[in-house]
Design a protein around this ligand. Sequence first.
Ligand code: CU
Length: 127
Amino acid sequence: MKILEFFANFLIVVVLAGTAVGIFAYEGVLESQRDCITIRFRQYERGNPTPNTVYLKKGEKACLRLTSEDTTHALNIPDMGIYSEPIHPGKWTYVYFTPEESGTYSFVCTIVCSPMHSRVRGKLVVE
Ligand SMILES: [Cu+2]
């Protein structure tokens, strides 16, 4: 009986501690996504990514929150060496980085999304 009680108490502690850890972890994720800039990807024929120009601050952590309104895309900022995971329709993909140099950078799509795929692009302006 003592062993069962001990085991039951142990389980309660694990569940309570796990819940607390989960809540803190989830709040951490929400906090990191609070200031994200949303970019909605679309094929060239359907209007290209929107917004097409994104403004960032030099030396400040940036977060891009990416989604697609048609097919799967992916983001590459060649001059910064930044690649995203695939951006699936209706799902969110996040990219975090800190731009260290001011200037204008192109971002492009890296997944063949239509015959005009190579024209799927936009600009990041770091000020
Ligand atoms: Cu593409």
